[in-house]
Design a protein around this ligand. Structure first.
Ligand SMILES: Cc1cc2nc3c(=O)[nH]c(=O)nc-3n(C[C@H](O)[C@H](O)[C@H](O)COP(=O)(O)OP(=O)(O)OC[C@H]3O[C@@H](n4cnc5c(N)ncnc54)[C@H](O)[C@@H]3O)c2cc1C
Length: 353
């Protein structure tokens, strides 16, 4: 082991990454977290530092944060220069960005070091492992925890691409409050939990939200589907797909053309100032360059039941990047804890104390 070689590098900054960092730092492994780069490309993809939970408002299902006023606690717990970017606390419970800032701060308090950059390349064919960052830095590490999460999907229409950032979005919480969307009709495409959440959120701002779904019933959990269907501002276009996002250079998105999935001859134009894709996720695994075994959906494969081991000894995976089933903050944090303990035990077993 040469000087400057890390013991544990954690790639990613959602609940999985910070939980891993808290456990690894308390085990005196002095972890280094590569939290992601603050760049426009990541903003558009929804992969800015702090992960997916930072894209939402209230988090009601993370244990330990009941309704109440956390303002004073947040003021004292989070550095002033980061606190000033957080919206005022609502009093409801904990908001996603607040929870993520607290996790980051908790990891930093135990000595976690943080680099604000993306890992763009890995070399797991040698040991110590090597990671290359977007800014050019090279890092060597004895063990690596991948916690890079997942990102929202788009349909892949050329017209979606054309109007990205000019009415096309995959994040209602990031963009829904923009003036161009206020008191206007909006489109959400999808039928799962994301589509329910996005449409409910947008209904606070929009005049009407059309949910365009290709089947005759939602895939979403019953509680979320019922909430959406009971919302008088939301109208569902069943058995329909998006043919094209309509718009022009001056106004951006002006609507969508939908077509029947059971009756192809039926098409309809819906006027709208925004189009929100809510059709699932893609794991952030491209930068691995095929060096870890992936599932058919490109999630990292956990190779041993109830462990966070991957196909490369000494590389561990945690959170949504390896979990396309539970996809929750608490499960991501749980596997982050597991990955740190797995890494610590692996390092000890190999004699890297
Ligand atoms: C709108 C929305 C609302 C949600 N609401 C809830 C909720 O109320 N309760 C709940 O439990 N769950 C909720 N979820 C799900 C929850 O946010 C995720 O399950 C959880 O964030 C997954 O955590 P993670 O640590 O695996 O990864 P993520 O949160 O996806 O974070 C990974 C982060 O790692 C970084 N990264 C990615 N690639 C690289 C790279 N190459 N180099 C460096 N860094 C990189 C990026 O910053 C990325 O954002 C919600 C999700 C969304 C989208």
């Amino acid at each position: 082991m040469t000087e400057g070689t890390e013991r544990v590098v954690i790639v990613g900054s959602g609940p999985a990454g910070w939980a891993a960092a808290i456990y690894a730092s308390r085990a005196n492994l002095r972890p280094l977290v590569v939290e992601g780069a603050v760049i426009e490309e990541n903003r558009l993809k929804g992969t800015l530092p702090l992960g997916q939970l930072a894209l939402t408002t209230e988090v009601e299902n993370y244990p330990g944060f009941t309704a109440g006023r956390l303002d004073e606690y947040l003021d004292s717990a989070i550095e002033k220069n980061r606190r000033k970017y957080m919206p005022p606390h609502t009093g409801h419970g904990i908001a996603g960005p607040e929870l993520m800032e607290l996790m980051r701060q908790q990891a930093a308090s135990f000595g976690t070091r943080i680099v604000t950059d993306d890992v763009i390349e890995v070399d797991f064919g040698r040991h110590p492992f090597r990671l290359k960052l977007l800014g050019g830095q090279q890092i060597e590490s004895l063990s690596v925890i991948i916690a890079t999460g997942a990102r929202a999907n788009y349909l892949g229409l050329a017209s979606e691409d054309r109007f990205k950032n000019r009415g096309v979005s995959a994040c209602a919480v990031c963009d829904g409050a923009l003036p161009r969307f206020r008191n206007k009709p909006l489109i959400v495409v999808g039928g799962g939990d994301s589509a329910m959440e996005e449409s409910t959120y947008l209904s606070k701002f929009a005049s009407t939200v059309y949910v365009v779904h290709r089947r005759d019933k939602f895939r979403a959990s019953k509680i979320m589907a019922d909430r959406t269907l009971a919302n008088s501002k939301i109208q569902v276009k069943w058995n329909s797909r998006i043919d094209e996002v309509l718009g022009n250079e001056k106004d951006g998105v002006t609507g969508v053309r939908i077509r029947g999935t059971t009756d192809d001859s039926h098409s309809e134009d819906l006027a709208a100032s925004g189009y929100f894709a809510a059709i699932g996720h893609t794991p952030n695994t491209d930068f691995l360059g095929g060096q870890l075994e992936l599932t058919e959906k490109a999630y990292i494969k956990w190779t041993t039941p109830a462990r966070t081991y991957t196909s490369v000894e000494g590389v561990f995976a945690a959170g949504d990047v390896a979990d396309d089933y539970y996809r929750q903050a608490v499960t991501a944090a749980g596997t982050g804890c597991m990955a740190a303990l797995d890494a610590e035990r692996w390092l000890a077993a190999k004699g890297f104390d």
